[in-house]
Design a binder for this molecule. Structure first.
Ligand SMILES: NC(=O)C1=CN([C@@H]2O[C@H](COP(=O)(O)OP(=O)(O)OC[C@H]3O[C@@H](n4cnc5c(N)ncnc54)[C@H](OP(=O)(O)O)[C@@H]3O)[C@@H](O)[C@H]2O)C=CC1
Ligand SMILES: CC(=O)[C@@H](O)[C@H](O)COP(=O)(O)O
Ligand SMILES: [Mn+2]
Length: 396
């Protein structure tokens, strides 16, 4: 029986993870569940999965959760504060940690899981974008295992040979083809984009996801973050990765080899496939996902990305090329800009403006070997403050 901590259990990935786990009660036992503020949602999950620990980062919501669970015969120990996320990510009775907090808030608990040598299922791509070197080092030094949950990266992982860590060139990989849906505005008249609403931006054509990643897909910042994520996961550089717009989201990504072979992973757009894959790896188990019906899919289309229409993707390429702390600045500015857009304080086309101007205002620095997380936290704070100032100007 494998003990599991689900970080971000009330979110889209968290709920899908619990759905898969519930199908295999003989294999998995939920030890800890965590959320930020959703006390009702976490209370329901605690009743269903009876974890030993429940973390509610917000202290008021934690008090509400304790009240909601007061009649349970054996209620979980309710912890609060961000440090509690790190604690439940490193518990000795936990073998697997699903890292599904959204944003850079997931960085510290993901690092804690890696430092404790866990099998880390990584949905929280922002942790790698901000702290890629540190996280990959923590995984290697502590014999942890990092398995990608992001659909594209999970697909790439499935298409690579087991010894890909020897280097992509060494195993005959020519390039990675990273697929992108193009989001809800792939074909929209660019003149209409300034006026789109959060509801329109969150209406992803193929995937049901949380609001932040849905907006990232609409700006294609998601693909920029995923480009950086792929570089860290597979030890490669942006030049070896081609973004391919594939509107149907049936091919989840591809790997092209020097002999001309191209391997792809296909499936219905349902995150329970990569979640089930990573939970069972190297075995396979059912995940509740319907079989792919190729006759219903009928056709698969491909286009190159349009960097004029999607300036966030261009900014991510630039931050990836700059390296050092530039991706952390990119991520922080994007988190601030997306939150401001969702609060209707700025427009959709202001998102790349805020990110671009923050990157210009907060110069990235090189990360020296041995530098700790403090530098990244300081850069994250500085970039957020600069981005907030820019939002204030645009919202005035
Ligand atoms: N959804 C998807 O299909 C995919 C998601 N991902 C990645 O997975 C991650 C999660 O995405 P998704 O599930 O969509 O996000 P959601 O917004 O649906 O869920 C986020 C989860 O994180 C919790 N949370 C939010 N802020 C904090 C915080 N400051 N501290 C601690 N916990 C917090 C939320 O708690 P509460 O409910 O209380 O707010 C919730 O449990 C993201 O990094 C995303 O990019 C990657 C590929 C696909
Ligand atoms: C499901 C998943 O992995 C998301 O990251 C998805 O890829 C978003 O789709 P696009 O960013 O390609 O629109
Ligand atoms: Mn993805």
């Amino acid at each position: 029986m494998i003990g599991i901590t689900v970080l971000g259990s009330t979110g889209s990935i968290g709920v899908s993870t619990l759905d898969v786990i519930a199908r295999h009660p003989e294999r998995f036992r939920v030890v800890a569940l965590t959320a930020n503020r959703d006390a009702q949602g976490l209370a329901q999950q605690c009743r269903r999965f009876a974890p030993a620990y429940a973390v509610m980062v917000d202290p008021q919501a934690a008090a509400q959760l304790r009240d909601l669970l007061a009649d349970m015969a054996e209620p979980p120990e309710v912890l609060t504060g961000a440090a509690a996320l790190e604690l439940v990510a490193a518990l000795p009775e936990v073998g697997v940690v699903m890292a599904a907090v959204v944003g850079a808030a997931g960085m510290m608990p993901t690092l804690a899981a890696a430092r404790a040598g866990k099998r880390v299922l990584l949905a929280n791509k922002e942790a790698l974008v901000v702290a890629g070197a540190l996280l990959m080092r923590a995984v290697a030094d502590n014999n942890a295992l990092l398995l990608p949950i992001d659909s594209e990266h999970n697909a790439i992982f499935q298409c690579l040979p087991p010894n890909y860590a020897d280097g992509l060139e060494a195993v005959g990989v020519e390039r990675i083809l990273l697929t992108a849906s193009g989001g809800p505005f792939r074909d929209a008249d660019p003149r209409t984009l300034a006026g789109v609403t959060p509801e329109q931006a969150c209406a992803h054509p193929n995937w049901a996801m949380g609001r932040k990643i849905s907006v990232d897909s609409a700006t294609m910042m998601n693909k920029g973050l995923e480009l950086i994520e792929a570089c860290w996961l597979f030890g490669t550089s942006p030049e070896r990765i081609q973004v391919v717009v594939h509107p149907q989201s049936v091919i989840h990504s591809l790997v092209q080899y020097v002999d001309g072979s191209v391997l792809a992973e296909l499936g219905n757009p349902d995150m329970r496939t990569p979640i089930g894959h990573a939970l069972a790896w190297p075995e396979r188990m059912t995940s509740g996902v319907a079989p792919l019906d190729l006759f219903a899919v009928a056709r698969l289309d491909f286009q190159p990305p349009d960097l004029e229409r999607f300036p966030c993707l261009r900014l991510a390429y630039e931050a990836a090329a700059a390296g050092g702390t530039a991706p952390a600045v990119l991520n922080a500015a994007n988190e601030v800009a997306v939150a401001a857009f969702l609060e209707r304080r700025i427009g959709f086309t202001d998102i790349p403006r805020v990110v671009g101007e923050t990157l210009a205002a907060v110069p990235g620095v090189t990360i020296e070997e041995g530098q700790g997380v403090e530098l990244l936290l300081a850069v994250d704070r500085e970039a957020r403050a600069a981005a907030e100032r820019r939002v204030d100007v645009l919202a005035a």
